[in-house]
Design a protein around this ligand. Structure first.
Ligand code: MFK
Length: 631
């Protein structure tokens, strides 16, 4: 019998405890800390208690000797075999590898801590100064400000405009953002809008009054660098911008405008400038309704000599599920000085360039969130023991992580494909097919990766057990932040309808580009036996998709609308399958690449075909769905 059980038996501690609280919990710690009189001889009993305490795992003075090692964030570039392989294949320049490797080290060693600081020290709004004057000051953390300087120094926007790597410059820029995003404290949100604003200005022409702003948006000098907001959503319109925008633009004699309206979601509201939409008033005060009445405006966010924001009142900061690191505000525009950038009535078409960029950034953040939770989970699996062995030695745990890995790989290759196409378009190398693919894939990739990120990050939290649910590990915030990815910049359904719209507007040419490109990817790998089942699956799904599209084109308009979401998913899964197979057949591909391609292609790649066969999109189903919801 051990000293411990001898003591318990002798004092009947277990029994006493059972009577007291209903469970067998030794109360010996209450005894072990009793303090003897100084100099007094210890009784036999005390000595026995002390001896026993030496063997105890818990006491009031000790909390046990086991502490779980936490998951370590290592250099995310060196930890990412797929990213490095992708770059070795397409952009093997040493400068890129050196930069990403050094940046990855900086992210793991330093930036990640700043990101955490942004989370625990979120922005707050100070409405009044101590003497009652309205100041509307959004106070942000020191870490948030450091993120701005870092973004400039690292060229996180600039790289896309310097184009030092030609058509691959966007891939380089987005690779860097991919490493940065999960540690950035959501600073990638203002960077997305900054990049989008630079793109819009470039497309409408870099001339006064935005010449200076443009040079600041793409600057690498922290003291010059500006960020931009994108104030599009109003109380009536987040998705339906055309009918929901109430803001009016009142012409001034000098050719500028003053804006009056209420912007409901303005993210990264501490930006230096913004692009926004408004309706120009004519002399009678009338405006044009709908999308065609909207124009695009540029405005600087500045303060007058009285310290007050010019033409802006910050109503309140939003109380959000996640992305709390970043200020999102409701703004009253009360005579905000602005310049019109688009032709009158061409606001939506002009801001669409910004949407393309922010949706690609969104997709990068989605793929990055998946990659990051996996990196942490796989590290943790080498540190955590359960049931006598490390988590990495439990086959079911490894199966779960492997499934997450396959999802992440598909997302990564899809996003990089869009970045590749964007880079080709911007460097003047895009064929018509490339341009059409870019238009179609941008909403597809955004909606698909946004949803995948929530699922993968949620699954990832489970691999930490209860710790995945504990705030100060930083893990729950990853799930909260992932949830915005399927909402911000277009929800899943809005983007699914955007897919239909671009198919219709191009008279089907975007789909023609899609089929042509997937077929060319498959043709390049048709003789590779190791991926033959995957090639067969993608080719089969592609044929099903083609047949579905032809059939659906002849159906009533509502038919395709009901199929829109499944169609977008099918487009994403088939394209990702083709990319995974293509990557698995690259000369330096590993057996893991082959395994990933095969696994991906085992799922239902063409959802629309299987659901159409079950009558999901027939006209009666809409009424049945509505009746089911409102029963
Ligand atoms: C990260 C922190 C987040 C914090 C919390 C935030 C919570 C969420 C806050 C938000 O509200 S985020 C904003 C969400 N809203 C959106 O993303 C907008 C969604 N709506 C759309 O995407 C609509 O499709 C859109 C407003 C762009 C267009 O609708 P319309 O008014 O019906 O316009 P229309 O007639 O389809 O297109 C007008 C022109 O734009 C056409 O050009 P043309 O006149 O030359 O033919 C279109 O081709 C062009 N266009 C439209 N969408 C395009 C596009 N061009 C390229 N790409 C596109 N995606």
């Amino acid at each position: 019998m051990s000293v411990w059980s001898a003591v318990l038996t002798r004092h009947g501690v277990g029994r006493c405890c059972r009577l007291w609280c209903g469970v067998s919990r030794p109360l010996i710690h209450t005894r072990a800390v009793s303090v003897a009189e100084p100099g007094a001889r210890k009784s036999d009993e005390d000595q026995l208690w002390e001896a026993a305490a030496g063997h105890l795992p818990f006491s009031r003075a000790r909390i046990g000797s086991f502490f779980q090692e936490q998951p370590a964030l290592k250099n995310p570039f060196l930890e990412d075999a797929l990213l490095r392989a992708y770059l070795r294949r397409h952009l093997p320049q040493q400068a890129v590898f050196l930069d990403l490797s050094a940046f990855g080290e900086c992210v793991a060693k330093e930036v990640d801590t700043w990101g955490r600081e942004c989370e625990v020290n979120p922005p707050r709004l100070v409405h009044f100064d101590p003497w009652g004057r309205r100041v509307d000051h959004i106070v942000t953390s020191a870490a948030w400000k450091r993120m701005k300087d870092l973004s400039a120094q690292e060229g996180l926007v600039a790289i896309g405009y310097e184009r030092s790597f030609g058509e691959w410059s966007r891939v380089y820029q987005m690779s860097k953002l991919y490493l940065y995003s999960p540690s950035s404290g959501l600073y990638t949100c203002p960077l997305a809008m900054t990049d989008g604003a630079a793109k819009v200005i470039q497309s409408v022409g870099v001339s006064p009054p935005v010449e200076e702003a443009y040079s600041r948006l793409i600057s690498r000098q922290p003291e010059r660098f500006w960020t931009s907001g994108q104030w599009m959503t109003e109380r009536q319109g987040g998705s339906d911008v055309g009918s929901g925008t109430e803001t009016v633009a009142v012409p001034q004699t000098d050719g500028s405008y003053k804006l009056h309206g209420l912007k409901w979601f303005t993210s990264a509201t501490d930006a230096d400038m913004t692009l926004t939409l408004a309706r120009v008033q004519d002399r009678t005060g009338a405006t044009t309704a709908g999308s065609r009445g909207l124009s695009l405006f540029y405005a600087e966010v500045s303060r007058g000599e009285d310290g007050k924001l010019r033409g802006i009142e910050v109503q309140r900061l939003k109380d959000k599920l996640g992305t709390r690191q970043m200020p999102t505000a409701e703004l009253l525009l009360d005579g905000l000085p602005a310049y019109r950038l688009s032709e009158e009535g061409r606001g939506v078409a002009s801001i669409a360039n910004m949407l393309t960029i922010t949706r690609i950034h969104n997709s990068i953040s989605a793929a990055a969130a998946m990659r990051r939770i996996l990196q942490l989970a796989r590290d943790y699996a080498t540190r955590r023991t359960a049931f006598g062995k490390l988590l990495r030695d439990h086959p079911l745990h490894m199966q779960t992580l492997a499934r997450m890995e396959v999802e992440t790989r598909g997302a990564f290759l899809l996003v990089m494909e869009v970045c590749r196409l964007l880079g080709r378009e911007e460097s003047g190398l895009a064929s018509q097919l490339d341009t059409q693919l870019l238009r179609l894939l941008t909403p597809v990739v955004k909606l698909y990766t946004g949803k995948q990120a929530v699922a993968v990050v949620s699954e990832g939290l489970e691999s930490f057990g209860g710790q995945g649910y504990i705030e100060d590990t930083g893990l729950p915030g990853m799930l909260r932040d992932a949830q915005v990815l399927s909402i911000w910049e277009g929800t899943t359904n809005v983007l699914s309808l955007d897919v239909l719209r671009c198919v219709a507007r191009s008279s089907g040419m975007v789909l023609h580009a899609y089929f042509t490109h997937v077929q060319s990817l498959l043709a390049g790998v048709s003789n590779v036996s190791s991926v033959a089942p995957a090639v067969k699956a993608v080719a089969g799904a592609l044929s099903e998709l083609e047949a579905f599209v032809q059939m659906a084109a002849a159906r009533e308009p509502g038919y395709l609308e009901l199929a829109a979401r499944d169609l977008a998913y099918s487009l994403a899964r088939i394209y990702a399958g083709a990319l995974l197979v293509d990557h698995a057949c690259w000369k330096e591909a590993s057996t893991h690449d082959i395994h990933a391609a095969l696994k991906w292609c085992e799922q239902d790649l063409c959802l629309v075909a299987s659901k159409q066969q079950r009558g999901y999109y027939e006209s009666g189903t809409a009424a049945l769905d509505a009746a089911l919801v409102y029963e």
